[in-house]
Design a protein around this ligand. Structure first.
Ligand code: PAF
Length: 282
């Protein structure tokens, strides 16, 4: 596996792939890889001729009070896993390489980023879209792979691709869960034993919401408050948001008809956890 650290070398490597007529897949990550990331890399390997995984803990998507400094990192383990999978290149830029002195250009997607995670973390999506657009320009992939756990992020990136006429296919893949139902996330590492049990309430609440909806409940207010009760009864959980919203614009719904996303963000100890599911009422 090639380990590439500069923007110039990454551009040269990927240009050679494109010029040889082969397809290139990109899996952008912040490292500390788990099975969710690996499922994206596997999909890229299976559908593209060559695969690049990037690892960059992007400071621009963290709020000043967030966990940038303590975000988990284990580069050696990540490198071994990617090598074992058969990834062709690991792009590992430094902060100076991505944001050199004097950097002042940002990508801002409006509207859909005012809700859910965008409301609680005001600079988050601006940081994500800025770094992802830079990665698209540097790597020039034919396809890029993102997880549905970050469903709002996935849709924001799709919107950016449409709005800016980018030639990259965005592939979204299902949430990968631990055996106990907890959605895989690098931040799960922050959870102690009891917090880990509390964290399972996110998936339980989502399943309960799906069941209420299947049984005919269409009042979003009742679903939200029922989920909140289930989660808050755990004591150690602090709900940031529980949302039943439109799957593309992330605007809160009053009633469920057609497709909807049920999404939630909950602080459990040091970990801010998010999870969601897509539901359909015909
Ligand atoms: O989902 C993530 O890990 C990050 O937000 C991403 C897409 C790699 C951008 O830094």
């Amino acid at each position: 596996m090639n380990i590439i650290k500069t923007v110039g070398d990454m551009k040269t490597w990927s240009r050679a792939i494109r010029e040889s007529g082969k397809t290139l897949g990109l899996v952008p990550t912040m490292g500390y890889l788990h099975e969710g990331h690996l499922s994206l890399a596997r999909k890229s390997i299976n559908t593209c001729d060559h695969t690049v995984v990037s690892i960059f803990v992007n400071p621009k998507q963290f709020e000043p009070n967030e966990d940038l400094d303590t975000y988990p990192r284990d580069l050696e383990a990540d490198r071994r896993e990617l090598e074992r999978l058969g990834v062709d290149a690991l792009f590992l830029p430094t902060e100076e390489e991505m944001y050199p002195e004097g950097f002042q250009t940002y990508v801002n997607i409006e509207g859909m980023t005012d809700h859910l995670c965008g409301k609680s973390r005001p600079g988050f999506f601006r940081g994500v879209t800025t770094v992802v657009l830079k990665l698209f320009h540097i790597v020039q992939p034919h396809s890029a792979f993102f997880g549905e756990k970050d469903r709002q992020q996935l849709e924001v990136i799709r919107q950016m691709v449409r709005d800016l006429n980018l030639d990259v296919e965005i592939v979204g893949l299902p949430i990968v869960r631990e055996a106990d139902g907890l959605a895989m996330s690098s931040r799960n590492r922050y959870l102690g034993k009891e917090e880990r049990e509390t964290a399972q309430s996110l998936n339980r609440a989502l399943k309960q919401a799906q069941q209420w909806i299947a049984e005919g409940e269409s009042s979003v207010e009742k679903i939200r408050s029922g989920m909140r009760t289930l989660i808050e009864r755990e004591g150690r959980a602090q709900v940031d948001y529980i949302s039943v919203c439109d799957p593309k614009r992330f605007v809160e719904l009053k009633e469920i008809r057609g497709q909807a996303v049920v999404a939630l963000a909950v602080q459990v100890g040091k970990a801010r956890l998010i999870d969601n599911c897509l539901i359909e009422r015909i």
